[in-house]
Design a protein around this ligand. Sequence first.
Ligand code: DQA
Length: 144
Amino acid sequence: NRIAVLHGVNLDQLGRRPAAIYGGITYDQLEQHIEKWAKELGLQIRFMQTNSESEFINNLHNLDGLADGILINPGAWTHYAWSIRDALEIAALPAVEVHLSDPETREEWRHVSVVRELCFATVKGQGPDGYRDALALMKEHLAG
Ligand code: DQA
């Protein structure tokens, strides 16, 4: 199965963000972990990261025929970008929402997720390891 892993705004700067919240690893290191776990699970991975909301939306529009499932971490867009929610609906693929931190234990404005209702699972607050769980959930979902 082919999984698209979509990261949104500011996640390219992971190594410069508060280590107490995000674990201090860089975006490249995160990709390497995900790549390794995907291999172990026999999944094919395609990474996309952008700080441009329009590009993120275009990426979702263009997944048709390229991916069987989506892991999505939109960063701060999670909490207010309804355009991304609508684009995810258009993509019409099984999706898992992933966050390194647990937004629901943080500031009030992070408690809303515009994509949650379109995702069959949410994995949060587990740092990079959450992506391994998300991949395993996706594999199980696509097999069933
Ligand atoms: C995040 C949580 C968001 O609230 C935040 O804006 C991010 C990262 C996470 O992975 O924990 O940029 O999505």
